[in-house]
Design a protein around this ligand. Sequence first.
Ligand code: ADP
Ligand code: ADP
Length: 227
Amino acid sequence: DVVLELADVTKCYDNGPAVSELSLSVREGEVLTLLGPSGCGKTTTLRLIAGLERPDAGTVRLRGRPIASEETFVPAEGRDVGIVFQEFALFPHRTVAANVAFGLPPEERDADAAVVDELLELVGLGAYRNRYPNELSGGQKQRVALARSLAPEPDVLLLDEPLSDLDAGLRVRMRETVTDVLEAVDVTAVWVTHNQAEALSVGDRTAVVTDGSIEQIDSPRTLFMRP
Ligand code: ADP
Ligand code: ADP
């Protein structure tokens, strides 16, 4: 089942197209990585999926429903799309549990909600629920951000260079940690990275992005074995 589909999506800024007739589809439970150098249009693609930008042309569909097209535009708050950014963006004077609870809809936003502790256990931070972000390592902060983004059970989770602020050793270990969490909740995800090894190790499929379009899309194994 296709959860997310972009069909011939174009987004231009003053200096030209950032995304150019880009098409892709992501299946239920799949992790698709977008791999490409800085400036190739990866973040703009995520912003188009999240509803933070409106395409100039083309259609974005979520579970078959057009959420952006010439006729329609569903803004970010009307889409069940979560985002994890490179910088962790936690509330500094709220506890870890309260930060995760912030991902829940306003009427359910309670640091003592069972789902908060379930998510903290899942990301390995059950013992840190009452700590504050400045007491955590970078990897732990990113795990809190991941738990927060999963709290509302998004249809699609977007990850924008989620490991790039971490030091090299941790970055490699976190690939597996984050992949295990995504698999455990069976979320459909689009994971942006400029790091080839990361794309190949975390993705079910990898889309190679060049100048705002997809040059090639394949399983990491197939891409990796290409001469
Ligand atoms: P990537 O995430 O792959 O580094 P981006 O999607 O951020 O690429 O950027 C793609 C292109 O669009 C770049 O040339 C960038 O300078 C340009 N761009 C991105 N956002 C804006 C903006 N808000 N205004 C003008 N140009 C932008
Ligand atoms: P409050 O004053 O409600 O306790 P904070 O002091 O934690 O909230 O944050 C002040 C404001 O900063 C928030 O209302 C919010 O707009 C912004 N902010 C801080 N951290 C974040 C974040 N992680 N994501 C989004 N907005 C944030």
